[in-house]
Design a protein around this ligand. Structure first.
Ligand SMILES: Cc1ncc(COP(=O)(O)O)c(C=O)c1O
Length: 422
């Protein structure tokens, strides 16, 4: 095996707290000492430098200056809209007209007609009254949840929800309950025990779970929300543009379009840009414009993004963004991995987890795959429990069958060396 034989000793949780008699910044020194002695330093930590656009064959630069191509299986730009010529042309038009930054928060001088067009477009996409666009996806969850929930309220979360959802919950001060991933009996048990006088109730779930690629049991969640008088928020970051009969997301998949109270999504995944949104009733959107602090106190999304995103949503609305090709590619990728004996969980989306269950092997595989020309994401704590660590592969609409075949072959050969498959 190519990697050093040295054991990988990094546990990210070891560097969160200030130790006794340690300066506040001591933890940064400690983690850097460990990192510099470990195999991850080959590429300046986990990140890598892209030398061209994110596309099925991307060029990356290693720390030693070596540039080489990789088959890209680690991008959330599932539909390749970030490089779509129509999207880029719309973005350039907006750049020429409005410049590259907004210079103000949305409630002051921060929004253009393009921002409002985008909000209306997204509201129509979800068949709801209105929509608010935030300059950050992470900030969308934090802002929406902390604006709507307070100490007197209760929020019930799936354990696999995205970190930004949990951060928003924490910031809100509400009572937080967590049910084991997709365990609907447990969810009902929690709901049945909420005192009658606790009337501010919100169930939050990812639509597509970002680390496993499986879908929330939204039909059951909505049924329970009605039985127990709760509001429902769905973060469909990885469902929009992909899941459902026409790519409208997890609610469409379950025939629940227009029935979700808070439709949150990210503009950074399938739409290929940056930012996030919440599509909801007119009153809720207006409330969020005033009380969501990550909106009120944060400079608006740059107009070139709003321009490009309008075009991206137009393509997704018309289901002309390459969704069918993406689904075909992802199915083929899953099938080929499964055929070779990989544990790929129960993905129903473009996210394909490849379970490794051993962090040391995981880090080595990540490095060796990249050096061999396949870029995949590495997932461990704090995104998942260390013992459930995995590689995370993402489909892309523009991948070719040949690229998938090459990637699967390289992944399989490396995994065999480590005994992950036979
Ligand atoms: C489910 C989910 N919600 C929210 C976010 C945050 O979005 P962004 O990266 O655009 O800030 C992500 C991104 O990783 C995500 O996967």
């Amino acid at each position: 095996m190519q990697a050093e034989s040295k054991c990988l000793n990094i546990k990210f949780e070891d560097f969160i707290h200030t130790q006794e008699n340690e300066d506040l910044f001591g933890k940064a020194d400690r983690v850097n000492t460990v990192l510099s002695s470990e195999i991850l330093t080959g590429n300046e930590g986990l990140g890598m430098k892209l030398m061209n656009k994110v596309q099925p064959k991307s060029i990356i630069k290693e720390k030693n200056g070596k540039e080489h191509p990789v088959i890209m299986l680690g991008s959330n730009s599932y539909l390749n809209l970030s490089t779509n010529p129509k999207v880029i042309s719309a973005s350039k038009k907006a750049l020429n007209k409005f410049g590259y930054g907004m210079g103000a928060v949305s409630n002051y001088a921060g929004i253009t007609e393009l921002h409002r067009e985008l909000e209306k477009r997204i509201a129509n996409f979800y068949k709801v009254e209105d929509c608010i666009v935030f300059p950050s996806g992470y900030g969308t969850n934090v802002g929406v949840i902390s604006a709507l929930c307070n100490e007197e309220d209760i929020i019930i979360n799936d354990s696999a929800n995205h970190a930004s959802i949990f951060d928003g919950c924490k910031l809100s001060g509400a009572e937080i309950k967590i049910y084991p991933h997709s365990n609907m009996n447990y969810l009902e048990r929690i709901l049945s025990k909420i005192p009658d006088n606790k009337t501010g109730r919100l169930i939050i779930t990812d639509g597509v779970f970002s680390m496993d690629g499986d879908l929330a049991k939204l039909d059951k969640i909505v049924e329970l929300s009605k039985k127990y008088n709760c509001r429902v928020m769905v973060d469909d970051a990885h469902g929009v543009g992909i899941v459902g009969a026409t790519g409208k997301g997890t609610a469409e998949y379950y025939g629940l379009e227009g029935e979700i109270d808070l439709n949150v999504g990210m503009l950074s995944k399938s739409p290929g840009g940056l930012g996030g949104y919440c599509a909801a009733s007119k009153n809720i959107v207006q409330y969020l414009r005033l009380y969501a602090r990550s909106y009120f106190f944060s400079t608006a999304l740059p107009a070139p993004l709003a321009g490009g995103l309008n075009e991206a949503f137009k393509l997704m609305e018309e289901d002309k963004a390459g969704r069918r090709k993406l689904l075909k590619n992802t199915e083929y990728l899953k099938q080929e991995l499964q055929k070779r004996g990989f544990d790929i969980g129960h993905s129903e989306s473009a996210i394909v987890p490849v379970m490794i269950y051993n962090e040391e092997i995981l880090f080595r595989l990540y490095e060796e795959l990249r050096q061999s020309g396949v870029y995949v994401n590495i997932v461990t704590y704090p995104a998942v429990r260390r013992k459930e660590c995995r590689l995370r592969l993402c489909g892309m609409s523009q991948l070719t069958k040949n690229q998938i075949d090459i990637a699967v072959k390289i992944i399989s050969n490396k995994a065999k060396e480590y005994g992950i498959i036979k």
